[in-house]
Design a protein around this ligand. Structure first.
Ligand code: MF3
Ligand code: CO
Length: 250
């Protein structure tokens, strides 16, 4: 599949979807507390997406059962909300949400601490992962390359002794949640496809406190770190404009 450039009008639709995703994520953040279950978060999100006149992007996607992915601690991505999963003080939970409006998608993720105190290294993992996303977004402009994005993420992450997950990548996004190109969180500056105005991509660093290896559990979805280390995930949907990046999910 080739890269599909978006018109200004299409990007406005994606902005509307992006705003829904942001509002839902911030609402879910407010509900993250010790004793809450990840199914509680799912219910809050499902209701709000409907109220905002959007459709969830994930539910039914390749059979995925929910509107959110909720991934706790050593879970990297694609954790399935469940009433059996009770959040506790010191945990971290990654919340990933996608929405569709008028046929166009928005996709974003945050990782949230549970309660008041998390371990200092875990706090640092969250800060560094978010910073790696911001640094990657700063590289975005016409003529920059996918390698510039990957190298930016990797540089920030590895300077702190953490590692970038390689088995999952970011992606183009538009009238489908996943479009070309793939957007790896590792690479070499100057290499790979050049960005053009009108491209829209989801940049989504997944960062492990330990080694980069991950595996998928028997549920067929939940990806976890092989070494049991903590993992964080932040994601924005970003349009390439003549002057640089426009974040559609802030
Ligand atoms: N944001 C993720 C992605 O871009 C989650 C979607 S996977 C789903 O791949 F199956 F849960 F929808
Ligand atoms: Co995504």
């Amino acid at each position: 599949m080739a890269v599909v450039l978006k018109s200004a009008q299409e990007i406005e639709k994606m902005r509307r979807a992006g705003k829904v995703v942001r509002e839902v994520l911030e609402l879910v953040r407010d509900h993250v507390k010790p004793g809450a279950t990840t199914l509680d978060l799912e219910k809050v999100a499902e209701k709000r997406i409907a109220e905002l006149g959007a459709k969830p992007a994930f539910k039914g996607y390749h059979g995925y059962p929910c509107v959110l992915c909720t991934s706790i601690n050593s879970e990297v991505v694609h954790g399935i909300p469940s009433k059996k999963r009770v959040l506790k003080e010191g945990d971290i939970v990654s919340v990933d949400c996608g929405a569709v409006i008028d046929g166009f998608f928005g996709d974003a993720a945050i990782t949230v601490p549970v309660g008041e105190k998390i371990a200092p290294d875990t706090e640092r993992l969250l800060k560094v992962t978010e910073a790696s996303l911001q640094r990657a977004i700063e590289t975005v402009k016409p003529g920059a390359t996918l390698g510039d994005i990957g190298a930016a993420v990797q540089g920030v992450v590895e300077a702190e002794g953490f590692s970038v997950v390689r088995d999952f990548v970011g992606h183009g996004i538009g009238s489908h949640m996943h479009e070309d190109p793939q957007v790896p969180n590792f690479g070499l500056a100057g290499q790979g496809m050049k960005l053009r105005a009108g491209m829209v991509i989801a940049i989504e660093p997944m960062v492990n406190a330990g080694k980069p290896g991950v595996r998928v559990l028997k549920d067929g979805w939940t990806a976890v770190t092989n070494d049991g280390s903590m993992s964080a995930h932040f994601e924005h949907t970003v349009a390439v404009t003549d002057t640089g990046a426009r974040i559609l999910t802030d």
